[in-house]
Design a protein around this ligand. Structure first.
Ligand code: FAD
Length: 387
């Protein structure tokens, strides 16, 4: 299974896709090094929704079971009006053998990934970024910020939405502000919350996502015109204010938001690199290539799928340019679908909140169809070029 062209790989960014990439490459006999900007791992304390296609991709590197053991699985979401009237139960589309949803704490997901990376002995340069790339056909000479300069056959830019690797390859790209922000807060999980809950208010959407037997996180999406900056010590009050219209369990949750340091607020941006995701022997994966609004819970899923697909193509020993061309070809439509459909959901939510749209049924069907599409096979045959 050896690849004659790719022996030495640098992965820039030790987030979800970077750590998964190191494991996927090890499985096909390629050892990688990781350069991670943070001096120490610092993963924020809320959770993440893992749909079945994320678990299917993690299964390729032997980590789906651990995620389900350390997270909590359920079949779908109950939907309510903002005031707390039950509307319907929506099962999440599944792939055989996987639950509709697995909720897991981001810290636990990181521990699962880092433990696997440590077990295979991947060298990680912490507190390190890339200063310069000299991207030639015979290899990429990389000057790291820790003083090391080395030449790699392949460099993988998995350094997230504000990717420096992307900037070095292609210059600045526009990340589009959605007009929305997402607020999250970790809460104890009452026994009766046995699935995810979503509440559709007049001005906001609130959800409760179980992430273990005893913890869940509150997820609130709001209209935040002009991407405001909020004072850190007021975040709990601002979140409480945004939940004023909600009844039911969300009203109870509101009273438990007391610590501003536990509020995780993120303005929602998106971007999609339309042109090649690679230049020479450097390739972008995950959020570096496609940063999506979180409305379909798919950002990390497609980031993990990216690196599983890349490793699968590397098994076929194509030359590097062909490998990267096939990689982008296989990933483009699927990732664009998620970015575009998530942007569509943002737009519909904003229209609903401004009173210009009232068609929740259409939104539910759209989400369902998109998730069914994501459950289609993602590892398709790699055809050798003719001639
Ligand atoms: C509010 C919100 C909610 C979300 N919820 C979900 C969800 O429920 N389900 C889901 O699937 N996805 C969700 N996502 C998306 C998901 O978090 C991302 O898609 C995923 O983290 C992308 O993984 P990545 O490896 O590409 O980037 P990241 O996970 O961001 O990792 C990038 C890594 O690179 C490092 N780095 C950055 N710059 C450099 C540099 N210059 N040099 C070296 N290292 C660098 C960073 O420190 C980090 O470790 C959500 C996103 C947001 C904003």
């Amino acid at each position: 299974m050896t690849n004659q062209y790719v022996k030495k790989v640098l992965i820039v960014g030790g987030g979800i896709s970077g750590l998964a990439a190191a494991i996927a490459l090890h499985k096909i006999g390629i050892e990688a090094e990781i350069a991670e900007k943070q001096l120490e791992w610092d993963v924020y304390g809320v959770g993440i929704i893992q749909p079945p296609n994320a678990l299917r991709a993690l299964n390729e590197i032997g980590l789906a079971e651990a995620c389900m053991e350390q997270g909590t699985s359920y079949s779908g979401f109950d939907y309510y009006t903002g005031t707390g009237h039950f509307m319907f139960y929506g099962p999440s589309p599944t792939i055989q053998g996987y639950p509709g949803v697995n909720g897991i704490s981001r810290k636990k997901l990181h521990h699962i990934l880092i433990h696997a990376v440590q077990e295979i002995g991947t060298k990680i340069y912490m507190g390190t970024t890339v200063n310069q790339l000299d991207n030639k056909a015979e290899g990429v000479t990389v000057e790291l910020s820790n003083g090391i300069t080395a030449t790699y056959d392949l460099v993988i830019g998995s350094d997230g939405s504000n990717s420096k690797i992307r900037q070095l390859l292609f210059g600045d790209i526009i990340q589009q502000y959605s007009g929305q922000g997402v607020w999250r807060y970790t809460l104890p999980r009452p026994k009766e919350v046995d699935k995810g809950l979503f509440y559709y208010g007049q001005k906001a959407k609130a959800g409760l996502v179980p992430m273990s037997d005893d913890e869940m996180y509150l997820l609130v999406t709001t209209h935040e015109p002009d991407n405001p900056r909020f004072p850190n010590d007021q975040l709990h009050v601002l979140l409480q204010e945004r939940l004023a219209e909600f009844g039911g369990i969300i009203a109870e949750a509101r009273n438990m938001i007391v610590d501003p340091s536990l509020v995780v607020y993120r303005p929602i941006f998106s971007h999609f690199v339309e042109g090649p995701w690679y230049k020479g022997n450097v390739v972008l994966v995950g959020d570096a290539a496609h940063g999506t609004a979180p409305h379909l819970g798919q950002g990390a899923s497609i980031a993990i799928e990216d690196v599983i697909v890349l490793a699968d193509i590397l098994k076929h020993d194509l030359d590097i340019q062909e490998t990267l061309r096939v990689f982008m070809d296989k990933r483009y439509d699927r990732c664009k679908l998620i970015v575009d459909h998530s942007n569509q959901l943002v737009e519909w939510e904003l229209l609903t909140w401004s009173g210009k749209m009232n068609d929740g049924g259409r939104i539910g069907a759209f989400v369902n169809e998109t998730l069914i599409k994501m459950n289609e096979p993602f590892l398709t045959e790699v055809n050798r070029p003719i001639g």
